[in-house]
Write a protein that binds this ligand. Structure first.
Ligand SMILES: [Zn+2]
Length: 64
C-alpha cells in the first residue's frame, strides 16, 4: 500500500496581503514594507502625506 501524499491546503492568511500607500502629490505607490524600511515616511518627491491604497482584489478566474 502506498501512503497518500499529504498536501498542505493553501491557507489564506489575512495578513498576507500587502498594503500600499499612495503619495498625495505624485501618486507614487509604496508598499508598507518598503515604508517601514525607511527611516522616515517620505515619498521620493519629498511629500509626506500618503493615502492608504487597497490593492485590487484578485479573483481567481478560470481561463478557458
Ligand atoms: Zn510623491
Amino acid at each position: 500500500m502506498s501512503e497518500p501524499t499529504q498536501e498542505t491546503p493553501a491557507e489564506e492568511k489575512p495578513t498576507s496581503f500587502s498594503v500600499f500607500y499612495s503619495c498625495m502629490r505624485c501618486g507614487t505607490q509604496v508598499s508598507q514594507s518598503e515604508l517601514t524600511r525607511l527611516p522616515e515616511i517620505k515619498c521620493i518627491c519629498g511629500f509626506r502625506v500618503f493615502t492608504k491604497v487597497r490593492p485590487p482584489v484578485v479573483k481567481t478566474i478560470k481561463a478557458f
